[in-house]
Design a protein around this ligand. Structure first.
Ligand code: SF4
Length: 360
């Protein structure tokens, strides 16, 4: 596909048989932003131009739904209001504040970015997209989002919502999860961004994707850009390469309690530096788990089994006895926290049943 700029129209020549078309950019932007002023979402990170707050929202929104992010966003800014405060926080504090959002690499990268902004830029977030992309965890999309939403620079953003709208209105049929297709889409997107108020335009495009041009059953009947849209069969777009099949994983852990303490272990890899129930290397034979849950992780479907264990060789390097009443103060990933809550409630209920029966 080849794009050519000519005044206010974008010419698109497809490699698969489709004719050259002139896309009316000005009309598209006008219809889109008029719709947005009436129907756009009132999101907390849109009420600020502070690059720190916008960066926090962008990190949180990667892989997580808007409704889940909102309370975390407010609480994070209360605890760590700026780069300096986040730089001073311990890893333990940031992982605890991130608990429940998952994909903890995002929290670690945000922490590392705060350190870099304080050390290299005296606490002021750079305005240059190139410099932003040298910071931990900041790729092309995030850099463009900060440049647009905080500094109103005339740059496009390509994420799931905006990509969907753009490929549909332009009837762009190359796979967008392949490098060539993705780059070409960025090029087309750049030609549509207005010189002024890119912030509003990008917010409008995002909301059109989230509210109207949905992945399934797009609401074309109420779409403000319907008459400009080139998609013949919108649900077939965007084109993507086939996903790898979901893999199943089983993880076995132990519940070991002594008086008011529980044995936990410092995790590595996926939940590095967080606390989890101690791992069992082998599945206990002829025993049923006392707890089982299933959770997704990237393209895995993980079954978490917990078994009671009376004896266990303690690894002093990675394991600790933790007081049950202090569990809230340490970072524990959600699947393990849910297991702990359930199992400790069961243990308390069993103890009071025993006390009642011995008293009667
Ligand atoms: S007309 Fe339909 S497919 Fe086209 S942009 Fe609007 S909602 Fe999406």
């Amino acid at each position: 596909m080849h794009a050519e700029l000519a005044g206010e129209t974008l010419s698109i020549i497809c490699v698969n048989p489709c004719p050259s078309v002139a896309f009316p950019k000005a009309e598209f932007r006008r219809a889109l932003t008029t719709w947005y002023r009436k129907h756009g979402r009132d999101l907390p990170w849109r009420r600020t131009r502070d690059p720190y707050a916008i960066l926090v929202s962008e990190f949180m929104l990667q892989q997580t739904q808007v409704a889940t992010v909102i309370p975390y966003y407010h609480e994070w800014l209360r605890q760590f209001p700026d780069f300096a405060a986040l730089n001073r926080a311990s890893e333990n504090d940031i992982l605890r504040a991130w608990q429940g959002l998952g994909y903890y690499a995002r929290a670690r990268n945000l922490h590392a970015t705060a350190r870099a902004v304080v050390d290299r830029f005296r606490g002021r977030f750079p305005r240059s997209i190139e410099q932003m992309q040298r910071l931990p965890g900041i790729g092309k999309y995030t850099a463009h989002a900060i440049a647009s939403f905080a500094f109103d620079q005339a740059v496009p953003i390509i994420e799931a919502n905006t990509a969907r709208v753009l490929v549909r209105i332009l009837n762009f049929r190359r796979p967008i999860d392949r490098r060539g297709g993705r780059e070409k889409l960025w090029e087309h997107a750049a030609t549509l961004v207005p010189e002024r108020s890119a912030r509003i335009y990008n917010s409008a495009l995002t909301d059109l994707g989230a509210l109207v041009c949905r992945p399934r059953r797009p609401r074309c009947g109420i779409c403000p850009v319907k008459k400009l849209c080139r998609a013949k069969n919108p649900e077939t777009l965007p084109t993507k390469k086939e996903r790898p099949p979901m893999e199943r994983l089983t993880e076995n852990h132990a519940l070991i309690i002594r008086a008011d303490r529980i044995l936990l272990e410092k995790a590595d890899r996926r939940w590095r530096c967080m606390w989890i129930l101690p791992r069992l290397q082998r599945t206990p034979l002829n025993r049923r788990p006392i707890y089982r849950s299933i959770f997704p992780f990237t393209n895995h479907r993980v079954t978490l089994n917990v078994y009671t264990q009376c004896t266990q060789k303690i690894d002093d390097h990675s394991q600790r006895w933790i007081r049950v009443d202090s569990l809230d103060s340490i970072p524990i990933p959600s699947p393990h926290r849910k297991a702990l809550r359930h199992l400790l409630n069961e243990a308390i209920a069993a103890r009071s049943r025993r006390q009642r029966s011995s008293g009667s």
